[in-house]
Ligand binder design. Structure first.
Ligand code: PPS
Length: 397
């Protein structure tokens, strides 16, 4: 009798193992999102997808790539976006955000998604966004963020105009940077700190920095890190309970290699000291991201999720993009609607779509590669068909 029971138990274990293996194989074949199966085994992913979201779009931090994710989600789910009013292309930046910078704010109670450039000002944001809004942002290593800003805003920021190079600027920043030019020079010092609504010229005192970082931590449920964008997107996806395809994105708004300057070690150290507030902010949230990843996923699961995200991105690149998926410079992008804004002499890269795509695929692919300004103008026309369409500033064409 005992041996018959033991035999039956073994038999059931083998059957269970076979069922689990079959499910895994099927999921692989059908590209099924395994997390959809996780609730069956008592895992996470409870509740509907999060649809009320505020993304603080910091500058030169991969934020246009994240914005594309949000615009696509808004468009495919018919959600309202708090877009800049009238002919504007951002929400009052570099002034503190005010609710009246949003188109239609008087007639619409609240919006689902807010993600255009603004300087963070919580009480005014709360006038536009619902109480249960998910707040998140993104930071990048301030050394590379500053290097990117220096080239991108060279012709615009007085501090950069006067400096012959970033090396020269950082060797003697006070020669070029003047507090009284703050509005145009916000890109020249602690720009991410400024975007969060803080004073970029404040002394880097420990107590002050700690207090401001605590404020950010209290309001923002997540801060992504550009150097670890895929890991960040895995976590974002978990928090928002979104599908894998919702967070897959191509790299947008990147410069050609010829526009990127290699920095000497002493220039990097100077940049860290010059942007000490940003440096502290970045270090804190980089540590915090990895702490959350360890606690919520662990290294094996994280590796798996990142691999799936990258595999899907490669698949979409093969499906959608011409030229083997490599980003192209402005003269090589055939469709003006896909050509990103080009400030000054910088070469900002974009993509060409593969010709002959069927309508549905074309729509999916086009959304993935539409630059920020063109996408904003498109959403604006959908949301406000009665208003004159947004004009894209010169430089995009
Ligand atoms: N996926 C991913 N991973 C890492 N880095 C990325 C990614 N996507 C964009 N980028 C880089 O982000 C820079 C552009 O940042 P933004 O889009 O925030 O710029 S902007 O403020 O909206 O103009 C720009 O940096 P630079 O090329 O150094 O200028 C992009 O290359």
């Amino acid at each position: 009798m005992m041996s018959t029971l033991g035999g039956l138990q073994r038999y059931f274990r083998v059957i269970l193992l076979l069922v689990a293996l079959t499910l895994l194989l099927l999921a692989g074949f059908l590209h099924t999102d395994l997390e959809l199966l996780i609730p069956l085994f008592g895992g996470q992913a409870k509740g509907p997808p999060v649809t009320n979201i505020m993304f603080l779009k910091t500058h030169k931090t991969a934020s246009s790539t994240v914005l594309n994710i949000l615009y696509r989600f808004a468009e495919t789910h018919n959600l309202s976006v708090a877009l800049p009013a009238g002919r504007h292309v951002h929400l009052g930046y570099p002034w503190f955000f005010l609710a009246r910078y949003v188109e239609g704010v008087a007639s619409q109670q609240r919006f689902n998604i807010m993600c255009n450039h603004l300087r963070f000002n919580l009480p005014e944001v709360q006038k536009v966004m619902p109480n249960d809004t998910f707040y998140f942002s993104i930071l990048r290593n301030p050394v590379f963020q500053l290097e990117s800003s220096f080239i991108y805003y060279k012709a615009y920021a007085p501090a950069f105009q006067r400096a012959p190079s970033l090396d020269a600027f950082l060797a003697s920043p006070q020669t070029f940077y003047n507090d009284s030019h703050l509005l145009r020079d916000v890109y020249a010092k602690n720009n991410m700190w400024f975007d969060f609504g803080f004073n970029p010229n404040a002394p880097a005192e420990e107590g002050y920095m700690r207090a401001r970082i605590a404020e950010v931590e209290q309001r923002f449920q997540l801060v992504l890190i550009a150097e670890h964008l895929d890991e960040s997107l895995v976590l974002l996806r978990r928090r928002l309970r979104w599908a894998l395809d919702d967070v897959v994105a191509f790299r947008l708004n990147s410069r050609s290699a010829r526009s990127v300057t290699r920095l000497a070690p002493e220039t990097r150290e100077r940049a860290q000291r010059w942007c000490a507030l940003d440096w502290r902010l970045y270090q804190h949230f980089n540590r915090s991201l990895w702490g959350q990843l360890r606690a919520e996923l662990g290294p094996r699961r994280l590796r798996g999720e990142v691999a799936r995200l990258r595999a899907r991105r490669r698949e979409l690149a093969v499906l959608c993009l011409q030229d083997g998926g490599a980003p192209q410079n402005r003269t090589q992008i055939h469709d003006p609607g896909l050509r990103p804004y080009q400030p000054g002499a910088v070469d900002i890269l974009g993509y060409n779509l593969r010709p002959g795509l069927d309508n549905r695929t074309q729509r999916v692919c086009q959304r993935l590669v539409t630059p920020e300004l063109q996408y904003m103008a498109h959403l604006y026309s959908l949301q406000f068909p009665e208003k004159p369409p947004k004009k894209i500033p010169r430089g995009a064409y």
